[in-house]
Design a binder for this molecule. Structure first.
Ligand code: 5AD
Ligand code: SF4
Length: 441
C-alpha cells in the first residue's frame, strides 16, 4: 500500500481534521511518520497569523527539493491557507500538486487522482452542512487515552482581526448521536479523556429533534457516558458562557475544571473595535461567577497585543485584567493584519512593530509570573491525575494532567498510561507541578 505522511500546523481543530483526512484516505494510503518513505505528503495549514503562513511557505520550499529526488512524490496543501489564497497558491508554490479547503476533504481521492495524472487540481468550496459526522477519525498520532472530537465547525462571530470566518465558513453543529457514539467507542477502547472541539463550542445547537440540544446539554450527555471519562472543551467565546454551562461544569466531577476563555484585550474600547461584543465589566462578571460556582477552576486565555489604535492605557488595562483574573496560562500574540478582514479594510494598523513587541514582552513576563504564582498555590494540595506517559526528561518519572489541565510529574512506580493516580504537589515551576504519589483520601 502507498504511504501518506501528514504534517499539521496551527490549532487543535487542524489535528482533528488531519485524523479525518487519514480516515478518508485509509483505503488508498497507510500513514507513515517518516516523510522519506511517503508517496504523498499533506500539509494541513493555518492562516491566523502571517508568521504561521511564512513558516509553511518555507516548509514547502524544503519539500520542493525532496520532490526533485523523488519525482513520483505528490504534495497537497490542506486547511485555512488553501481557503484563503485559493488556486493562486498552486502558481506561487511550485512544490504543490493540489490544494483542498477545510470543507473539501471528501473529494481528496479525486484530487489526488487528478494530480497523479499531472493536472493541478483544487477544491476550496465551503459548505454550510459539512461536519464529517459519519467519518471515524484515525488517531494516528495520539497517546491512546486522549482524543479530540469535533462537535461544530466554522464561526459566525466575525471578530474584526480574524480570518477564520472566511477560511472555515459558517457555524454548523454535528449530529449529537454521532458525537456520543464516537465518545462511547473511544471510552470502550481505553480512552479516558475527550476534548469537544469547535471554533466556538458554546454556539453548539442541534435543532433537528423536538427538544433542541445546546452545548451544556451535549456536554452533560458526554459526561454521563462514564465517570471515568474526562470531558474537556475548546474554544469558548465569553459572550456565550452561560450560567447553565457553568453549572453543568460544576455539577459533574468528570467535566474538567478548566476553562479557556479568550479575552483578547482588557480594554473595552479595543474590544469594541475587535467586535468582541462584550466589555471588560461583562468579562469580569463572568469570571467572578465562574470562580464563585467552581472555586477550584483554572482559567486560561488568548491575548492579542498591539491591535489597531491600542494606546498605552489600553495595554495597561490588558495587564490589569490578567492580574485580576489570575490566569493559570495564556496564549499571547502580537496582532498581524489579515487581508480580507474588517480590521484590514476599515482600521489602521498603527501600533509600531517595536511597540507591539515591547507590549507582548511585558504580557509574556507578567503571565510567567502569574503562572508561577498560580502553581505555587497548589503546593501541598492533592490532585487526581490521568497518567499520559513517561516524562521526556527522565524515564524514572511519569507525567499526566490534573483536571485543571496542569502538567504533573511524579515517580514512575506501577502507574500505567490511562490510570488515574493521586498526587501531592511538593514544588513547581511556571509550567509544571512536581508531585509525589499518595493514597486517595
Ligand atoms: N493576529 C494575531 N493573532 C490573532 N488571533 C486571531 N487572529 C489574529 C491575528 N490577526 C489569535 C486570537 C485568537 C487565537 C486563536 O489567535 O488571540 O483567539
Ligand atoms: Fe476568530 Fe473570533 Fe471566531 Fe475566534 S470567535 S475564530 S477569534 S472570529
Amino acid at each position: 500500500m502507498k504511504k501518506l505522511h501528514i504534517e499539521t500546523y496551527g490549532c487543535q481543530m487542524n489535528i482533528a481534521d488531519s485524523e479525518v483526512v487519514a480516515s478518508i484516505l485509509a483505503d488508498l494510503y497507510e500513514i507513515t511518520d517518516q516523510q522519506k518513505e511517503a508517496d504523498l505528503i499533506l500539509i494541513n495549514t493555518c492562516s491566523v497569523r502571517d508568521n504561521a503562513e511564512q513558516r509553511i511557505r518555507k516548509r514547502l520550499r524544503e519539500l520542493g527539493s525532496l520532490k526533485k529526488k523523488n519525482n513520483k512524490l505528490l504534495i497537497g496543501l490542506l486547511g485555512c491557507m488553501a481557503e484563503r489564497i485559493k488556486e493562486q497558491l498552486l502558481t506561487e508554490e511550485k512544490a504543490l500538486d493540489f490544494i483542498a479547503g477545510p470543507d473539501a476533504y471528501r473529494t481528496l481521492p479525486k484530487l489526488i487522482e487528478e494530480a497523479s495524472r499531472g493536472e493541478l487540481s483544487f477544491n476550496v468550496i465551503l459548505s454550510e452542512e459539512e461536519t464529517y459526522d459519519n467519518i471515524a477519525p484515525i488517531r494516528y498520532d495520539g497517546n491512546g487515552i486522549s482524543a479530540y472530537i469535533p462537535i461544530m465547525r466554522g464561526c459566525n462571530n466575525f471578530c474584526t482581526y480574524c480570518i477564520v470566518p472566511y477560511t472555515r465558513g459558517r457555524e454548523r453543529s454535528r449530529d449529537p448521536k454521532t458525537i456520543l457514539e464516537e465518545a462511547t467507542h473511544l471510552f470502550e477502547n481505553g480512552y479516558r479523556e475527550v476534548t469537544l472541539l469547535g471554533q466556538n463550542v458554546n454556539s453548539y445547537l442541534w435543532k433537528e429533534e423536538s427538544e433542541p440540544l445546546d452545548f451544556a446539554g451535549l456536554m452533560e450527555q458526554v459526561a454521563l457516558i462514564s465517570p471515568l471519562l474526562r470531558v474537556r472543551f475548546a474554544t469558548s467565546h465569553p459572550k456565550d458562557i452561560s450560567d447553565k454551562l457553568i453549572q453543568t461544569i460544576a455539577k459533574y466531577p468528570n467535566i474538567c475544571k478548566y476553562i479557556h476563555l479568550p479575552v483578547q484585550s482588557g480594554s473595552s474600547a479595543v474590544l469594541k473595535k475587535m467586535n468582541r461584543v462584550y466589555n471588560r465589566e461583562y468579562y469580569l462578571e463572568r469570571i467572578s461567577t465562574i470562580k464563585k460556582w467552581i472555586p477550584e477552576i483554572a482559567l486560561s486565555t488568548d491575548i492579542l497585543s498591539g491591535f489597531c489604535g491600542e494606546t498605552n492605557q489600553d495595554h495597561q488595562d490588558t495587564l490589569s485584567i490578567m492580574k485580576e483574573v489570575e490566569y493559570a496560562s495564556a496564549f499571547m500574540f502580537r496582532y498581524s493584519v489579515r487581508n480580507g478582514t474588517k480590521a484590514a479594510e476599515n482600521l489602521i494598523d498603527d501600533v509600531p512593530d517595536d511597540v507591539k513587541a515591547k507590549r507582548l514582552e511585558e504580557i509574556i513576563a507578567l503571565q510567567q509570573h502569574l503562572s508561577l504564582e498560580n502553581n505555587q498555590k497548589d503546593i501541598g494540595k492533592v490532585f487526581e491525575v490521568l497518567v499520559e506517559g513517561v516524562s521526556k526528561r527522565s524515564d524514572k518519572k511519569m507525567f499526566g494532567r490534573t483536571s485543571q489541565n496542569k502538567v504533573c510529574v511524579f515517580p514512575r512506580q506501577e502507574a500505567k498510561v490511562g490510570d488515574y493516580v493521586h498526587v501531592k504537589v511538593v514544588s513547581c515551576t511556571a509550567g509544571t507541578l512536581i508531585t509525589e504519589l499518595v493514597d486517595p483520601c
